[in-house]
Design a protein around this ligand. Structure first.
Ligand code: SF4
Length: 195
């Protein structure tokens, strides 16, 4: 077996360990991906700039996260990726505040899964749906982020075409008329030796 094959096999085993552990969470769908297959687009940035009230108000969103090219380069520096969805049922899709309040469960699951990846990999970066809402008022731009290790930057804010990435991996966002589908992306590199 070549060194490369041995490394890939070890990586598969780490992913198997991760899959066993995440079975405890109410995940709707998930897939392991390669960063090279993530679709980035200036169109997403345009929507952030012209339609999102969080643009320019948070460390988790553009322009604070850097240019599209900087985001792309940062993502491509990781070896692998993991995407997953959870759903919230009974959502009033017209009421943005109520909808965002339902996101807490998804963020909690994302942080728990990030911990599992950190047990197995040296470098882990997670992105979650929508903007960061940890602090009542974001410190941007006057002071540094108050919780840089805890905050989850917006996956859309990276310029990623989320639905396209999900669809390419056989995942669906259409889970019912009053159902919200939440999405997270975890990038990782540098497998740790198994304990
Ligand atoms: S953790 Fe607080 S300061 Fe940091 S991005 Fe989120 S809201 Fe802003």
């Amino acid at each position: 077996m070549s060194g490369m094959q041995a490394k890939e096999q070890a990586g598969d085993m780490a992913e198997k360990r991760i899959e066993e552990k995440i079975a405890q969470f109410p995940i709707c769908e998930y897939a392991f991906i390669r960063p090279e297959e993530i679709p980035f687009s200036e169109k997403v940035r345009y929507i952030c700039r012209t339609e999102c009230p969080r643009y320019g108000t948070s460390w988790a969103c553009p322009p604070a996260v850097g240019t599209l090219e900087e985001c792309r380069e940062r993502c491509l520096a990781f070896e692998k990726g993991f995407i997953f969805t959870t759903v919230s049922e009974g959502a009033d899709l017209e009421n943005m505040d109520a909808m965002l309040a339902m996101r807490g469960g998804h963020e909690k699951i994302t942080r728990r899964i990030v911990e599992i990846f950190r047990e197995n990999y040296e470098e882990v970066q997670a992105f979650s749906t929508e903007s960061c809402a940890i602090c009542e008022t974001c410190s941007y731009p006057d002071a540094p982020c108050r919780h840089p290790d805890y905050m989850l930057p917006s996956v859309e804010g990276q310029g990623i075409l989320v639905t396209e990435l999900a669809e390419r991996n056989g995942m669906t966002f259409l889970n019912g008329s009053n159902v919200v589908t939440w999405f997270s992306l975890i990038l990782y590199a540098g497998e740790k030796a198994a304990l």
